[in-house]
Design a protein around this ligand. Structure first.
Ligand code: PAF
Length: 281
């Protein structure tokens, strides 16, 4: 496995494969790799001849310095996981490789980034679009794979890729879950044992909502209240938001007529977990 640290070396690696007629896939991550990331890699392999993972904890997308500092960075374990999983390359730039002195250009997302997560975490998606554009610029992939757990992120990245004519196929993969339903996330490893047990209230709330929707409830206020009551009943959980929106436009819905997605964020002390559920009637 090639370990690549600079944008120039990343482009050279990718160009070599492109010239040889091979399809290149990129799986962008912030490390602390888990089964969910490996599912993205497996999916990438189905669409490309060579697969690179990027591992970079992007300072631009953290709106709280404490969250950035606390974000897990087990880089040796991550590289061992990548090797064991047969990755062709791992791109692990430093912050100064990505943002050298004088760096001043950002990718500004539009209205999709002002709602939901974007309303709670100002600047977050501008940081995401900027780093993903840079990762795409360096890795020049034909295809990139992202998890649907970050549903809004996936929607915004699809928009950016199309708006900026990047010509990269974006694939979204359904969320990988623990046996009890908790979505896999690098942040889960920051939960205490008691919080980890309590965190199952998040998928349960979404299950309850989806079940009520499938049995005929279409009113989003009533559906939201139903789900919220499950989170509120858990003493270690602090509800942040749950909204039911259109999956393409992310606009709030009052009634579910065809497709919708319920997205939520719940805190466990200083750990914020997100999850979502696609709904269709
Ligand atoms: O989803 C993530 O891990 C990050 O937001 C991403 C896409 C790697 C950009 O830093």
């Amino acid at each position: 496995m090639h370990i690549i640290t600079t944008p120039g070396a990343m482009s050279a690696w990718s160009d070599e494969h492109r010239v040889a007629g091979r399809r290149v896939a990129l799986v962008p991550t912030m490390g602390a790799l888990h089964e969910g990331h490996l599912a993205l890699v497996d999916e990438a392999r189905r669409h490309a001849d060579v697969v690179a993972v990027s591992i970079f904890v992007n300072p631009l997308q953290f709106n709280r310095p404490d969250d950035f500092t606390a974000y897990p960075r087990p880089i040796d374990d991550d590289l061992a996981i990548c090797r064991a999983h047969g990755l062709d390359a791992a791109y692990v730039p430093t912050a100064s490789d990505m943002y050298p002195s004088g760096f001043e250009t950002h990718v500004e997302p539009g209205a999709l980034a002002t709602v939901l997560e974007g309303a709670q975490r100002p600047g977050h998606f501008r940081g995401v679009t900027t780093v993903v554009a840079k990762l795409f610029g360096a890795a020049r992939p034909h295809v990139a794979v992202f998890g649907q757990k970050d549903f809004q992120q996936l929607t915004i990245i699809r928009r950016m890729t199309s708006d900026l004519d990047m010509g990269i196929e974006i694939i979204g993969l359904p969320t990988v879950r623990e046996a009890d339903g908790l979505a896999l996330s690098s942040r889960n490893r920051r939960l205490t044992l008691a919080q980890r047990v309590a965190a199952v209230c998040v998928p349960r709330a979404l299950d309850r909502l989806a079940e009520a929707c499938s049995t005929g409830e279409r009113d989003t206020v009533r559906l939201t209240e139903l789900a919220r009551s499950i989170v509120d009943a858990e003493p270690l959980a602090r509800f942040e938001h749950l909204e039911i929106v259109h999956p393409d436009t992310l606009e709030s819905l009052t009634t579910i007529n065809d497709h919708a997605v319920a997205v939520t964020a719940v805190w466990f002390d200083d750990v914020r977990l997100i999850d979502n559920r696609l709904l269709s009637v």
